[in-house]
Design a protein. Structure first.
Length: 387
């Protein structure tokens, strides 16, 4: 059941016929109902097609289903308005039956499409989160651990890519774009390994493009809007500082494939850390405006830093097995690097903050939905597309 557009959905086709039927029917309503029953009946019938179209254009299961539920409610509202018109003797029994018949058909078709959405989500969950039922004990924690590592790089890389063509100077525009490519390349390596373990039809693409927001396991800081240049620079420094230390330790992993990915990634992250550190110092110890901007960025970013070191269950299991790293073990070295760079940048660490967390467990902000609407557009609009 694949469609090229909302206008090819059978429920939309029938709702459009209902809308036209109502438009003709109300022409004989008395003038004093123009802003009352006439307007209400026209609006409710148009609401059906309107919400089907908008729901189809949403790229998350919850949003899409909710709009189809609203469309279904507009169908029953239209049925009530038709009954009112019949009671007021504006339409006859035959017209009432014809209108109700159209509504009942649309109601069933919308129910069918909602069922299709729910089954599709269940299938995606089964196919692309297979570790839940994977009998391999190692896979139970390794797959979510790999997804966490991949999601961090993918979402941060996507955010940074929004600067392509908008950097302050050409050289730095290219530098940040290359960092974005590095991060997305790292994500691919982690996704590919996770897909290999998962088996079945799972691929790096299904993991990136066919999971819902709640299935992503990255830290919340990665999904925040790109903000200004100072915010992007500071976020990159915070992430690169953590990833540098993490990949250093993951080189020692008992899992040879993970160790190899970490070794390759470390070479790239070393540059990311050096580049972002120099920029933090440049902005912090620069003009009054640049200092103010990066200080403001620090106020926003800092509450999200504790999440790096607060382990999720799969991180703990990976660390116990010798495959992963205890995040808390990286905190001291991370703090030391932050202190060194911030001292040169004349920046002060904010105090008395309320930590923000939940991303590792799939509890995200509304910003992730907007990212996925962009990132997953092609596969959501044209499923299984290949080129």
């Amino acid at each position: 059941m694949n469609y090229k557009g909302f206008n090819e959905l059978e429920c939309y086709i029938q709702a459009r016929l209902l809308r036209k039927y109502i438009s003709e029917l109300v022409k004989k309503f008395p003038g004093h109902e123009k802003y009352l029953l006439t307007a209400q009946l026209v609006d409710s019938s148009r609401s059906v097609t309107r919400n089907i179209a908008e729901g189809y254009g949403r790229f998350t299961f919850i949003d899409t289903r909710n709009f189809f539920i609203i469309a279904r409610g507009s169908v029953t509202e239209t049925m009530d308005h038709l009954l009112t018109a019949y009671d007021e003797r504006y339409i006859n029994e035959e017209e009432l039956k014809a209108g109700h018949g159209k509504c009942e058909l649309i109601f069933k078709l919308i129910n069918g499409y909602i069922t299709y959405l729910e089954r599709s989500k269940a299938k995606i969950k089964m196919n692309h989160e297979p570790h839940i039922n994977n009998p391999n004990e190692k896979a139970q924690f390794l797959i979510p651990y790999l997804l966490h590592l991949a999601d961090n790089s993918l979402i941060l890389g996507h955010r940074n890519s929004e600067w392509c063509g908008h950097g302050p100077i050409l050289e730095q525009d290219i530098a940040l774009t290359n960092i974005s490519l590095d991060l997305i390349g790292q994500a691919r390596n982690f996704y590919q390994y996770a897909a290999t373990i998962a088996g079945d039809d799972t691929t790096e693409d299904t993991l990136a493009y066919l999971r819902e927001a709640a299935d992503f396991k990255h830290c919340l800081l990665a999904e925040l809007p790109k903000g200004d240049w100072a915010f992007t620079i500071l976020r990159q420094f915070i992430f690169s500082n953590y990833q540098y230390l993490l990949y250093q330790e993951l080189q020692k992993s008992k899992d040879a494939q993970l160790a190899a990915i970490a070794t390759k990634s470390l070479k790239e992250v070393s540059y990311h850390l050096r580049w972002s550190s120099e920029w933090v110092i440049r902005l912090g110890d620069g003009t009054a405006e640049s200092h103010e901007r990066i200080s403001n960025a620090l106020e926003v970013c800092w509450p999200y830093t504790n999440e790096f070191f607060d382990p999720a269950e799969y991180e703990q299991e990976a660390a116990v097995s010798g495959i992963g790293v205890y995040p808390a073990d990286l905190k001291q070295a991370w703090d030391e690097k932050v202190k060194q760079v911030f001292t040169e940048a004349t920046l002060k660490v904010p105090g008395n903050i309320k930590p923000e967390k939940g991303g590792k467990q799939g509890q995200h902000t509304e910003h992730l939905d907007s990212i996925l609407a962009d990132l997953q557009y092609l596969q959501r609009t044209y499923p299984h597309s290949q080129w």
